[in-house]
Design a binder for this molecule. Sequence first.
Ligand code: CTP
Length: 411
Amino acid sequence: MNTAQSRPHVVLGVSGGIAAYKACELLRRFTESGYDVTVVPTAAALKFVGAPTWSALSGKPVSTEVWTDVHEVPHVRIGQTADLLVVAPATADLLAKAAHGLADDLLTNTLLTARCPIVFAPAMHTEMWEHPATAANVATLRERGALVIEPAEGRLTGADTGKGRLPDPAEIYAIATDLLARGGSQSQDLAGKHVVVSAGGTREYLDPVRFLGNRSSGLQGYALARTAAARGAEVTLIAANVTLPDPAGVKVVRVETTAELQSQVMAAAPGADVVVMAAAPADFRPETFTDSKIKKAEDGSVPEIRLAQNPDILASLAHDRPHPDLVVVGFAAETGDAAGSVMDHARTKLARKGCDLLVVNDVGGGKVFGAEENEAVVLGADGSSTPVQRGSKSAVAQVIWDRVVLLLEAR
Ligand code: CTP
C-alpha cells in the first residue's frame, strides 16, 4: 500500500465512451468502501460525464491534461502513488495508446508511471473489440501483466447487440479489489481448463405462479465463477434464479428447476475439467404440477401437497463421471445436532456423495445465506481438511480453486 496514505490509493482512469456514466457507480463503490480515489478522465470522457461529477464523487479536483498544477508534477506523481489503477471504460483508442506507450494526456502519462496492478475494463462496439489491432493490443497488455477484463455481451449503443458492453460496475469492483487483496498479481493456473459452476436455488413449481424455493443468493457461486475466469479458466455458470449481475467473461446459462439444472450440468460436464455444485437444488418437488392456478376452496379446506424426491445431481455426477479426470466439488450446509457435529455430518456426506472436495459451511442460525462474507472448511476425499478463515466470498472461492488446482495437477 502507498505509504503516504492510510487508505489504498486507487486511480480511476475514464476514457471517452458512452459507458463513462457507469464509471460513476464504480467510483461510488470505491469511495464508499474507504478507498482514496483520484479520477483521471480523458478529454473525450468529459464529453460524456463532466468534471464536476467526477470531482464531487471523488472529493478531489480532476484534470485531463498535464498542464494543470504543473508544480505538483501530476503526470508522474499520480501514477507513482497509486496502489491500483483501473481504467473503465477503456476504449479501443485508449488500449492502443497504452499498448504502444503513447503519453499525450494525463491518463496515458499515468499509465506509464504507475508500477501498481492495472485493470482495464474495455467497452466498445463488437467490431472494434474483434479487430485484430485491438486483439493484438489486448494481448500485449496482458503479456505485460495487466488484467484486461473480457467485455460483457448484450445491448450496445443504439440497436446493436454483441460483445463489447462494459461489465457491471459491481463486477469490475469485485475483480479489482480481489486483485488488490491477492497482492496485485493473479496466476493463470486455470488457463486451458473448462470449469462449470452451479449457483443459486432452484424453484419447484406447484402451479404457474407458486413454487417451493430456498434462500440461496448465488453469491458464493458467482464469486467462484468470477475468480475462475480471473485465473484464466473458461467458465460456464449455471444459474438458478439469481438476480446478480453476470460475472465478466463468463457464459451464463439460466435455469429454474432442479430438473433443468440437472440437464444443463450433465450436458456441460463431459467437456469440463471441474464441476462445482455451489447451487442449492431443492431436494423435493411437488409430486404433481397443476396447469392452472390452484384456487381456494369454498369450504375453507386446504390443498394437500405431496412431495417427490429430486435426483441428487452431485452424487450421480460424482459416482458416474463422464470421464475419470473430472474433478467434482460439492457444498454442504450443515448444522450440528444430537447425532453429530457439523464435521461429523460433513465427512459422512463427502463419503455418500462421492465427490473429491466438499466445502462445508456451518449454517446454524441462518448464517451465510445472502451474506457478503463466508467461512468454511474444505474437506478432501483424501482425508485432507483445509480451514478457510472468515473473509469475502471471493477469498473463500480462491482457496477452493487453490485446492482444485492441486487435484488437477495430480490428474
Ligand atoms: N445437491 C445436488 N442435488 C440435489 C441436492 C443437493 O447436486 N438434489 C448438491 C448441492 O449442490 C451441494 C451438495 O449436493 O453441492 C450438498 O447438498 P445438501 O442439500 O447439503 O445435501 P443433501 O444431500 O440434501 O443432504 P441433507 O440430508 O443434509 O439435506
